[in-house]
Design a protein around this ligand. Structure first.
Ligand code: GLV
Length: 333
């Protein structure tokens, strides 16, 4: 880690693009981590104990223990739209601003969800492994025959901005029938723009040919998809998880894939990542990617710049651009 001299001090939990680090360094003393070491909780606390602000990513847990040890901390800017790594009641209790990076990643993440669904349905990585292994010695009439995307029923669980982007791609681009389930039904204009219909969770599970999960993680939706839910799906169906690890019971999913309870899955997020359940690594009918749904160069740059903007604006006395919590004004002395 390298430290530079300025006024307010910002701790970077992970590495970032050099131009973003340079921007931050114009405003702050920056404790950087360009070697990208994954810091333990104790190391994060050690780094932030005399910092005024922090730049984190989705893997860095920030909670009451951090605030107790880092009393100067006033803002933590997460370079992710999801913020289940933040204990928001603890932020509020410690009067610390939390920010995330919504919107700038919506279309890129929707592209990836769609790509993962297509790769899963059309068995792209499974067939590539076969070819690379030198096993392709003749054409076969049903070789890696998968399922169609066009005209199929696309089910979306979690119909926020990214879910809506996937719905639009499916209905407008591929003639899919789109159904969704969400905490609340969307207004009619949004449903029309996505050409999507609200259904119960049970109907979604039973009817979707391809089910994509895009809901935020919370303890209440831990294992939203487990053995019982997988058993309700069509045996020809595919499941895609670009939401968060823990929404799917990965052990139950591996078992369901092994027993052909569903046809295939595409998984970008895992329980306990970067560890992957060992059974998922041995079943052939799953496409596995290392949490990269928002990872295009322009989008990751936009996310990093937005997190930086939030820090810069906050300490310049301006409104942060993308707040997670609203802090009550402090009573004046
Ligand atoms: C990525 O998972 C994010 O929340 O931005």
């Amino acid at each position: 880690m390298t430290e530079q001299k300025n006024k307010l001090k910002i701790g970077m939990a992970r590495a970032v693009f050099e131009p973003v680090l340079a921007r931050l360094s114009q405003h702050f003393d920056v404790v950087s981590n360009q070697s990208d070491a994954v810091l333990s909780k104790a190391q994060i606390i050690e780094m932030l104990k005399d910092c005024d602000g922090a730049f984190t990513t989705g893997g860095d847990r920030i909670d009451a223990e951090v605030f107790a040890a880092c009393p100067k901390l006033k803002i933590v800017a997460n370079m992710a739209v999801g913020y289940n790594n933040f204990d928001i009641p603890a932020f509020n209790a410690a009067h610390v601003q939390a920010t995330n990076t919504p919107d700038v990643l919506t279309e890129t993440t929707a592209d990836f969800g769609f790509a993962l669904m297509m790769a899963t349905a059309r068995r792209i990585t499974e067939s590539e492994r076969f070819l690379r292994a030198g096993k392709w010695n003749k054409w076969g009439f049903d070789m890696f025959a998968g399922s169609d995307i066009h005209g199929a029923t696309l089910g979306i669980l979690g119909m926020g901005r990214i879910g809506q982007g996937i719905a639009r791609r499916g209905s407008h681009g591929f003639g899919m029938k789109v159904i969704y389930h969400n905490r609340s039904k969307l207004d009619a204009a949004t449903e029309d723009s996505c050409r999507a219909s609200y259904v119960t969770k049970e109907k979604l599970l039973k009817t979707a040919d391809h089910l994509v999960l895009v809901l935020p993680y919370s303890p209440e939706n831990h294992h939203t998809i487990g053995a019982a839910e997988l058993a309700q799906m069509k045996p020809t169906a595919t499941l895609v998880n670009i939401a968060r690890g823990g929404i799917v019971d990965d052990a139950a999913l591996a078992e369901a894939l092994k027993n052909q309870v569903i046809a295939a899955a595409g998984i970008d997020v895992f329980e306990g990542e970067p560890s992957v359940h060992p059974d998922l690594l041995t079943v052939p009918n799953v496409v596995l990617t290392p949490h990269i749904a928002s990872s295009s160069v322009p989008t990751r740059m936009a996310m990093a710049n937005l997190a930086a903007d939030n820090l810069i604006d906050f300490f310049a006395g301006r409104e942060v651009r993308t707040p997670i919590n609203t802090l009550p004004a402090r009573a004046s002395a």
